[in-house]
Ligand binder design. Sequence first.
Ligand SMILES: CC(C)(COP(=O)(O)OP(=O)(O)OC[C@H]1O[C@@H](n2cnc3c(N)ncnc32)[C@H](O)[C@@H]1OP(=O)(O)O)[C@@H](O)C(=O)NCCC(=O)NCCS
Length: 172
Amino acid sequence: MAGGTKTRSLKSPSTSSMPGSRYLITPATWRDLGALRTLEQICFPKDVWPIWDLIGVLTLPNMVRLKALAEREMVGFIAADCRLREGVAWIATVGVLPGYRRMGIGRALMEQCENEISLDVIRLCVRVSNQAAQEMYRVLGYGVKEIWAGYYQDGEDALVMEKIRRLERKGL
Ligand SMILES: CC(C)(COP(=O)(O)OP(=O)(O)OC[C@H]1O[C@@H](n2cnc3c(N)ncnc32)[C@H](O)[C@@H]1OP(=O)(O)O)[C@@H](O)C(=O)NCCC(=O)NCCS
C-alpha cells in the first residue's frame, strides 16, 4: 500500500454546511475503530457490520483503508480487499456522512483507493435501490457485471459492478 496523503479543496464549500473548507484523505488504522463504527452505523443502517468485520478492515493484510478527515473528524471511509491470487480487488465499503455528501469526498476516496490498488480488476456490490452510489460508480467507469439475487439480509438484490484497468507494471 502506498499510503499517500492528499489535501483537496472542497468542490463547493459555499453550498456546504461544513465549517471548514478542506478535507484530508489519509490511511486509517485500528485507532479509528470508534469513529468507523459510528460512521458505518449512520451510512449503513440496514447493513451494520459486526465489530469483528470493522476490526478486520482496519487490521487485515492486503487491505487498502483510507479515511476522509474534516476538522480532524472522520467524515468518510473506504476499504478495499485486494485478493492477489484472484487478481481482483473488492471495494468492501465506502461511506460519507450525510452532512458532507455531494462535495466530492466519495469520489476522492474512490480515486485514491484505486490508485493504491495494484490489481487491474476492481469490483463492488451495491443495492439495486442505491441510485446515488451507482451513479458515483458509473461516473468513475464501473459497469454492471452481474446481479446477485437476494444478496442482502432483507432480500434485496445486489448489482456487482466492475472496472477493468490496464496498469503499467515496472519490468514488463
Ligand atoms: C455513495 C456516497 C459514498 C457518495 O459520496 P459523496 O461524497 O456524496 O459523493 P461525491 O460528492 O464524490 O459524488 C461523486 C458523483 O457521484 C454521483 N452522486 C453522488 N451522490 C449522488 C446522488 N445522491 N444522486 C445522484 N448522483 C450522485 C454524482 O455523479 C457525483 O458527481 P457530481 O456531484 O459532480 O454530480 C454517499 O452517498 C454515501 O455515503 N452513501 C451511503 C453509503 C453508501 O451507499 N455507500 C455505497 C455502498 S455500495
